[in-house]
Write a protein that binds this ligand. Sequence first.
Ligand code: SAM
Ligand code: SF4
Length: 329
Amino acid sequence: MVSLRDSFSRKIDYLRISITDRCNLRCRYCMPEAGVPSVGHQSVLSYEELLRVARIAVELGVRKIRLTGGEPLVRKGLLDFIAALAKLDKPPELTLTTNGLLLADQAQALKEAGLSRVNVSLDSLKPERFSEITRRDQLPQVLKGLEAAEAAGLTPLKINMVPIAGVNADEIADFARLTYAHPWQVRFIEFMPVSSGLEYRPEQRYPAAQIQADLEQVAPLQPIPRQGILGPAKIYQFSGAKGSVGVIPAVSEHFCGDCNRLRLTADGQLRPCLFSVEEIDLRELLRSGVADEALAEVLVRSVKAKPERHCIQEADFQPGKRPMQGIGG
Ligand code: SAM
Ligand code: SF4
């Protein structure tokens, strides 16, 4: 049987599916204030279509599926979709990345449907700053969402924070100290200037080395060996802490050697790399009545199209037109 191995011998076993391009926040580094023009209801893959792709991907060896967006919790019917994914033969680990706004209401039902855990994106613990970054005054809802996710057992809970120079990078230590009181993994992701036309300049990227230096000011960092399906984060713990901290050097280091993922956008485009300009259309094929084998072939072809490494730091890198909200992070 064919499996998903790329041209550089990397095994691809992690599929990130963006289920919607809609969002209830307007983070300045991700979305324009007015939102983005809708890709149109017809263009968004139905849950039946997504389930078919997921089933074929699992048959090809995918062991983990992350649902993302836009904001995945705004799409209706999500619980039934998760329940269907959980019933696949050899069910993959099911995770979801959310801004947390609707988590307080949905956490328990998400867990019961079969979701393993969530990553919650949160860029400030200060209400005014949260409003400034996200253009919405809703920090309390996110904090309630974190509590609800914990109570529902969507754990280990991971928090994604994107430090940006001159905006929120001075909160790195405050976020890191959360791990003394909570068994969370707080991950700091380098800001990626991946899309043109959004706020915050590339010079405001707060490099991973600087993030690490700030963390070392809190307390000595003890590296934790990585386990399970590997991701790009370097994980550490402070002595006596319940949780851990992670640094994701998305731009300044090439973690591409360990890349194990493929991305599917809400409108049915496969992206071999987060920074790809190239996309491979799956939607047309899905809707043309082809057999599973033909879809499997396209998945295999997308994996073969993965570049050896991203070139975001090279002089001729061109930011793509799709903001992160259209890719899913
Ligand atoms: N709406 C959900 C959320 O915010 O978690 C899921 C989609 S969002 C696009 C996924 C992740 O991408 C979030 O953690 C967000 O902080 C991150 N992100 C968006 N734009 C980014 C950028 N330019 N650089 C780094 N991370 C970014
Ligand atoms: Fe929405 Fe997530 Fe983008 Fe913020 S980062 S605008 S929550 S998709």
